[in-house]
Design a protein. Structure first.
Length: 218
């Protein structure tokens, strides 16, 4: 009842301001009011926690503010955010960057996970095809991101374990783990950084993209 009353009063106050029936509050007051309404509107349910929907880090706040203003981040801020996220990348603890490309393809196809109806023990999917073309045999894919077909082949990765391939292998891991390490306001999910994919899952995605035996590189 208390929360309902608070929401009603808050919404009423906001509506009154819009209608010109009251003296407008300051920007700070509006931000606080909005935050209160948002917090009152979400709840924990299943494996989804309200905090994960409401709490944002410095990167998301900066990018959201820039988006709301209709302009990109200034270069200095963007570089600072990229450096911060690159520093947060967790490299494979066992030194193995590539896993099983067959498992990687399953992950790329799957968009399941992180909803309140999912079981915490069920592996999340990578949902990669939602934004990228990857395997030529798959005819359903998004175009928000660039095509990843022949990803390793086009970059000359004949042997992912070689010293020559190291720069592109490390870049690819970093990009999958935390895309904002290379593009401050990238639309690509920070798969490893945000706990969407495990280290082993990222390695499987890596194999799909870089293993010469993967259909991606045929």
């Amino acid at each position: 009842m208390k929360n309902s009353l608070k929401i009603t009063l808050s919404v009423s106050a906001a509506a009154a301001v819009v209608a010109g029936c009251a003296v407008g509050p300051s920007g700070v007051d509006l931000d606080r009011l909005t935050a209160d309404i948002v917090k009152a509107s979400f709840r924990d349910q299943g494996i989804v926690k309200a905090a994960s929907l409401i709490d944002t880090d410095e990167t998301n706040k900066a990018c959201s503010a820039a988006d709301a203003a209709g302009k990109p981040l200034d270069d200095a801020k963007a570089k600072a955010i990229e450096a911060m996220n690159l520093k947060a990348v967790k490299w494979p603890t066992d030194g193995k960057f590539l896993g099983d490309w067959k498992e990687g393809e399953k992950l790329a196809q799957s968009g399941r996970g992180l909803t309140w109806t999912d079981d915490a023990r069920t592996p999340n999917g990578g949902n990669c095809y939602n934004c990228h073309q990857i395997d030529k045999k798959e005819i359903s894919f998004g175009t928000i991101g660039p095509s990843l077909y022949n990803y390793g082949k086009l970059r000359g990765v004949a042997d992912p374990a070689s010293a020559a391939a190291k720069p592109i292998v490390e870049y690819t891991w970093g990009k999958v783990w935390n895309s904002k390490a290379y593009n401050a306001c990238s639309n690509m999910p920070r798969a490893g950084h945000m706990g969407i994919l495990t280290q082993a899952q990222v390695a499987d995605i890596m194999a799909l993209l870089l293993d010469p035996k993967s259909p991606v590189n045929q």
